[in-house]
Design a protein around this ligand. Structure first.
Ligand code: BDR
Ligand code: CA
Length: 316
């Protein structure tokens, strides 16, 4: 087998973030070298603690965790997403604390150090607001140039929004950062609501990994609150695994069908703040085009996730 691709996850755990981290740990195609945390679903102190605890749950407290931005670049967020993810971010499940200490470096420094030291191209998968990545572009552009692929969960081309009628949560949480990232030449894949919303993990899938061992059982418990939220709010029996789909594309490039598009983020303060305006008139030839995911085989993506989690749970 080829050498695993070095991977960094920039994240705001978050229930689907926790599942996404477990998926990366279950995947031999990638070598998770660093987790950086960002404000988002809950505050930075909680997202950071949750990242440490999720890694510990999987027996991987050796993976360094570095804390990043406490808030968006310009305008404070109006609300977080504790109503979706639970006040502490993991659906009411209290994971045991990790014995590992937080990496003392700010996330952006840890990320720049890793990018500059790596002999192989690094894949960065960003599954929270894009504040850390925008700061990397501003502060360490020479390191950002070394990103092999940036896979972002965020935005929406035609599916509308989830946090507002117009905007997807991660883009809405820091639109100025998202605009900086989507207008940069970093090779970026955008995994938005168009492909994540149809990718629903059902009760049967959860039951399979929950039965496979203690890690799977805990992952199932974390997902329970998210399932209740989806049933009550969207009438869906199952959970949309937004962030895990982005990690799947990072692990197996080409899982999603992408088209190069010019993407602009609405950074105004009106009703469509955070909306991603994806120019779908024709594929873009611009060096800053974003590769927008437009097609997904959702049953295959869900099966990939479930089988990897069954495997991980069996190891624990
Ligand atoms: C995104 O928002 C967050 O609540 C999820 O973790 C995911 O990253 C989906 O819009
Ligand atoms: Ca997230």
């Amino acid at each position: 087998m080829e050498q695993p691709t070095p991977l960094v996850i920039d994240t705001d755990p978050g229930i689907d973030d926790a599942v996404a981290i477990l998926l990366a740990l279950a995947s031999p195609e990638v070598d998770l070298r660093l987790v950086t945390t960002v404000h988002g679903n809950v505050d930075l102190a909680r997202t950071t603690e949750n990242a440490l605890r999720v890694l510990h749950l999987a027996g991987r407290s050796d993976v360094p965790v570095a804390a990043g931005a406490r808030g968006p670049l310009v305008h404070p967020m109006a609300e977080r997403a504790g109503h979706v993810h639970g006040a502490a971010g993991l659906g009411g499940v209290e994971l045991p604390p990790s014995p590992a200490a937080l990496d003392p470096r700010p996330a952006v420094v840890a990320l720049a150090d890793l990018l500059l030291a790596s002999e192989q191209p690094v894949t960065v998968v960003a599954i929270g607001p894009l504040t850390n990545i925008a700061l990397l572009l501003a502060v360490h552009p020479e390191a950002a140039d070394r990103i092999g692929r940036l896979v972002v969960m965020g935005g929406s081309a035609g599916a509308g929004g989830n946090v507002t009628a117009a905007a997807e949560f991660n883009a809405w949480a820091d639109p100025e950062a998202a605009q900086a990232v989507f207008s940069s030449p970093v090779p970026t894949v955008l995994v938005g609501l168009d492909v994540t919303l149809p990718t629903v993990l059902g009760e049967d899938g959860v039951a399979r990994f929950a039965a496979a061992g203690p890690i799977g059982e805990t992952a199932g418990a974390i997902l329970r609150q998210y399932m209740d939220h989806a049933r009550e709010n969207y009438g869906v029996d199952g959970v949309v695994v937004h962030d895990a789909l982005a990690v799947t594309e990072a692990v197996v490039p080409g899982t999603l069908t992408t088209v190069p598009r010019d993407v602009v983020v609405d950074t105004g303060l009106g009703a469509s703040r955070g909306q991603t305006l994806v120019d779908r008139r024709a594929p873009s030839g611009s060096p800053t085009a974003v590769h927008v995911a437009e097609r997904v085989d959702s049953p295959a993506a869900v099966e990939f996730l479930v089988s990897r989690l069954v495997d991980l749970a069996g190891r624990g």
